[in-house]
Design a protein around this ligand. Structure first.
Ligand SMILES: *[C@@H]1O[C@H](CO)[C@@H](O)[C@H](O)[C@H]1NC(C)=O
Ligand SMILES: *[C@@H]1O[C@H](CO)[C@@H](O)[C@H](O)[C@H]1NC(C)=O
Ligand SMILES: *[C@@H]1O[C@H](CO)[C@@H](O)[C@H](O)[C@H]1NC(C)=O
Length: 203
């Protein structure tokens, strides 16, 4: 405690300077980190959304395609959960004049679609977390199938509605579209991993 109050001896000052330099160096790596995200997102159909949604994974994932695929799927799960919750609420409360007739049925269908999408995405993430060199080919086939199925679920949900939508439903359907964009980005990152092969898995 008392030692901290004394001026640092020269050797400690040097240590501080080194620590500061390390911080600066890692900040440099931070600004370069956008580069990793941009690089990874270059294969995706909705690039800006990809960069925006995955930037925080940059330092962790760097140039590792399996980490980017995992990041893509887990971000999609997060957004899909929110949308699933909103549909479940809307279906339960039957809220709003917008939720009548055909749209009433469509909302109930969307609850099922999003449950199915989340199952598919969770299964995908489980496999992506447990990739093996030996089973890589069949694992990637499964993941591609499941993420594609999740994409179809989103389309199926959107297809059920007629034009008479209120504001609340319209904004929720915009969220469904966003989840679809995130899902197709995730699929592109999965495809990228599949074509890269299992080479980088030990990282
Ligand atoms: C991004 O980083 C990679 C290496 O990680 C480098 O080869 C490439 O030139 C960089 N691109 C830009 C635009 O800075
Ligand atoms: C939506 O609500 C209706 C009416 O309460 C209910 O019958 C139906 O089972 C619900 N749909 C789902 C998928 O939970
Ligand atoms: C992970 O993969 C190994 C071999 O590929 C398998 O034996 C194991 O059950 C898997 N673990 C999980 C949690 O899926």
């Amino acid at each position: 405690m008392f030692a901290l109050l004394k001026p640092f001896p020269p050797s400690k000052q040097l240590a501080w300077i080194l620590i500061l330099c390390c911080c600066l160096a890692s900040q440099d790596a931070g600004s370069n980190s956008n580069n990793y995200t941009e690089d990874a997102c270059s294969v995706t159909p909705h690039r800006d959304l990809c960069i925006h949604s995955l930037a925080s994974f940059s330092n962790e994932a760097r140039q590792n395609p399996s980490k980017w695929a995992r990041a893509g799927v887990s971000v999609t799960i997060g957004e899909a959960k929110k949308v699933a919750g909103s549909f479940a609420d809307m279906n339960r409360t039957g809220r709003g004049v917008v939720a009548r007739g055909r749209n009433r049925i469509a909302i109930s269908d969307c609850v099922d679609c999003f449950q199915d999408a989340l199952d598919n995405l969770h299964e995908s993430l489980d496999v992506l977390r447990n990739l093996s060199v030996v089973q890589f080919g069949s694992q990637m086939e499964d993941v591609t199938t499941w993420v594609s199925a999740a994409l179809t679920d989103g389309d199926t949900c959107l297809d059920g509605f007629d034009q008479a939508r209120g504001r609340q439903l319209t904004s929720l359907l915009n969220c469904v579209s966003k989840v679809s964009y995130l899902t197709s980005n995730a699929l592109a990152l999965v495809n990228k991993l599949a074509t890269t092969g299992p080479g980088g898995l030990t990282e």
